[in-house]
Design a protein around this ligand. Structure first.
Ligand code: 13P
Length: 256
């Protein structure tokens, strides 16, 4: 399968930003500025409490509203957590799992990332599964080993027929929020490695069909070059997704 036949997804990760009122305004503006840009899927992953407001503000537009995490149990005594069925009932189609900030600050491991991914897939959601090396790992020359290992552990036990609902976001941790973007060549090299790892697990056809995003200081100035790479099928955007004008330019860059 050629890159052109894969689904390109430009997703914003708002992280812990925006009250519901601000979310409604920003989501509506994003929808307005990206109207008719059907060359890619446009998703905004917003804080849980913003989902309803953002959903309402983007009704009938091409912007989809996603969440930033999901718990692996269906319900129960897990204070502060949100279950997959709750998100589905709110109309959520996409959920981020395994973001490096969850791994770094909230003790998320490949085991819990794998469990959360399975729960979201079982509930019928699409998962944006984040992985990537930290700076020390890149400097030690073990990026390939780390990323291949994360890919295998995070996808462990997930049947091939569910993989169509998995998007992998390669987010080198050293590039997140730092202004240090991976070069297009670095992004391409690791996204290709992820695809090759998925091919070993599930075969070429499944791997070729998978959307693999790059994330880490992607902005309106560097998006076009990153997205021009054959194995980079979209972006997961933090800071620039908070500014509709900037985010819309990234969506523009994905129209080619
Ligand atoms: P920045 O775009 O702010 O670097 O964040 C990237 C990211 O973590 C998206 O999930």
């Amino acid at each position: 399968m050629k890159k052109e036949s894969r689904k390109v997804i430009i997703a914003g990760n708002w992280k812990m930003n925006m009250t519901p009122k601000a979310a409604a305004e920003t989501a509506a503006k994003t929808a307005e500025l990206t109207a008719g840009k059907n060359g890619c899927e446009v998703v905004l992953c917003v804080p849980f409490v913003d989902i309803a407001a953002a959903m309402e503000a983007t009704k009938g537009t091409n912007v989809k509203i996603g969440a930033q995490n999901v718990h692996f149990e269906k319900k129960g005594a897990f204070t502060g957590e949100i279950a997959a069925d709750m998100l589905v009932e709110c109309g959520v189609e996409y959920v981020i799992v395994g973001h490096s900030e969850r791994r770094q600050y909230f003790g998320e491991t490949d085991t819990t990332v794998n469990l959360r991914t399975k729960a979201a897939l079982d509930a019928g959601m699409k998962v944006i599964l984040c992985l990537g090396e930290v700076l020390a790992e890149r400097q030690a020359g073990i990026t390939e080993e780390i990323v291949a290992m994360q890919t295998k552990l995070d996808l462990a036990g997930i049947p091939a027929d569910q993989i169509a609902n998995v998007i992998i976001a390669y987010e080198p941790v050293w590039a997140i929020g730092t202004g240090l973007t991976a070069t297009p060549e670095q992004a391409e090299e690791v996204c290709a490695l992820i695809r090759a790892t998925v091919a070993k697990l599930y075969g070429d056809a499944v791997a070729e069909a998978m959307t693999i995003q790059y994330g880490g200081s992607m902005n309106d100035g560097n998006a076009a070059e990153l997205l021009s790479k054959v194995n980079v099928d979209g972006g997961l955007i933090g800071g620039a997704s908070l500014v509709p004008e900037k985010f819309a330019k990234i969506v523009d860059a994905a129209q080619a």
